[in-house]
Design a protein around this ligand. Structure first.
Ligand SMILES: [Zn+2]
Length: 390
């Protein structure tokens, strides 16, 4: 099947009236996405294994032999996200296997198509949760206790979805069998538009993280409390946002406040608390620290996740560049499971497919059918080489 046919099958799942996707972990939409994955695997006689962290692996060959070559991405989305971020990588992986199969080739090493769990962190706040658990980058107790916006924990959400949260945790034997991971992804910027090219190879992921900021004050009446008598955390919050965004602008880093909770969240009450989340990314660790340091000191700041700079395997990158005939090499400020696996010592690479809007995490995110095919064909060439298909 072509990558575009596979994407068309996924298109209705989790689509909202506004045209964006809400594909949150351990919901009925997630169940539908997982069923689609299993159906695709079974249609290709691949053996599906759900690991202890609910990541899905579809194996062609015996993973017990080791040196597994994995390709894939994730199926979950941000709130009102686009159709390509994640699913393009999984659909391209199945399509690449089909392209190779049509040539009558068989792999010399076990191949896996993978879909990682909760990559976006849209429901429980920590991105790349499935791969972080797999590599031991997050403590399973902390993961089980994460809560969504309605107060439901990972533990409860998994249990209600029929999963076993007691199994969560590092899986060194799976990791030891994994030789290489290649993740194809929609580009989340304008690099390929400017270069006029359909596909690029990833070089590195900028250091990035998420911080929770708690601004505390005193709730009081909006009418009877004089301005000079107020202890209003909204004022500190607003000043902080402007200062951090200014710091990011002058440093060439990225800072975003995309999520805020106000207590009691009432029009006629001074808030007692404002909780906001800062997403910050920078080309260097030092620049990242400096943008976070621009938050004022009277605020409680908690790092929820911090990911160091990741440079993808140089030899693998060179091998892909030679295979694909000098495609451009781009860095990215977006986090990916490939970055988490790279930090855990897995040889990883990424392929980016042009996004003609340059917009991601939005319904405006796009890839043309032609570029999706170029992406899947590129992945097939990479997989043929790495998997020793003959
Ligand atoms: Zn993604």
């Amino acid at each position: 099947m072509s990558v575009n046919e596979l994407l068309a099958q996924l298109a209705p799942i989790g689509l909202t009236e506004g045209g964006g996707y809400r594909r949150f972990s351990w919901t009925s939409v997630d169940t539908d996405l997982r069923r689609w994955f299993v159906d695709q695997a079974e249609a290709r006689q691949l053996r599906v294994v759900k690991d202890r962290n609910a990541n899905l692996w579809a194996y062609n060959g015996d993973p017990g032999l080791g040196e597994v070559i994995a390709v894939g991405s994730h199926l979950d989305s941000v709130t009102d996200g686009g159709a390509f971020d994640g699913p393009l990588g999984v659909a391209s992986a199945f399509a690449a296997l089909d392209l190779i199969d049509r040539q009558g080739l068989r792999p010399q090493r076990p191949i896996a198509v993978v879909a990682f769990t909760e990559e976006e962190g849209a429901r429980f706040g920590v991105p790349c949760l499935g791969s972080r658990l797999l590599t031991g980058a997050i403590d399973p107790d902390r993961a089980r206790a994460l809560i969504d916006a309605t107060g439901v924990s990972v533990e409860r959400a998994m249990t209600e979805a029929g999963e076993d949260p007691t199994q969560l945790g590092a899986d060194p034997s799976l990791l030891a069998r994994l030789h290489t991971y290649v993740e194809l992804h929609i580009e989340q910027g304008r690099g390929l538009i400017d270069l006029g090219r359909p596909v690029a190879i990833g070089s590195e992921i900028w250091p990035h993280g998420r911080w929770r900021l708690d601004f505390l004050g005193t709730a009081d009446h909006a009418g009877t409390t004089r301005m000079q008598d107020r202890d209003d955390p909204m004022a500190t919050f607003a000043a902080t946002v402007l200062r951090v965004l200014d710091a990011a602008r002058s440093d060439g880093t990225r800072a975003t406040f995309g999520r805020v909770q106000v207590t009691p969240n009432s029009t006629n009450a001074i808030p007692s608390r404002v909780t906001a989340w800062l997403d910050a990314r920078a080309a260097t660790e030092q620049a990242l620290e400096s943008v976070v340091a621009s938050v004022v000191s009277e605020v409680t700041i908690t790092a929820e996740s911090v990911t160091h700079r990741v440079e993808f395997d140089q030899d693998l990158r060179d091998r892909l560049a030679a295979l694909l005939g000098g495609v451009p090499v781009l860095s990215t400020a977006a986090g990916h499971d490939a970055g988490v696996l790279s930090e855990a010592g897995v040889s990883t690479a990424m392929l980016f497919v042009r996004n003609p809007t340059g917009v991601s995490h939005s319904p405006r995110e796009h890839a043309t059918a032609e570029d999706c095919i170029v992406g899947a064909e590129s992945l097939a060439r990479v997989l043929t080489d790495l998997g020793g298909f003959q």
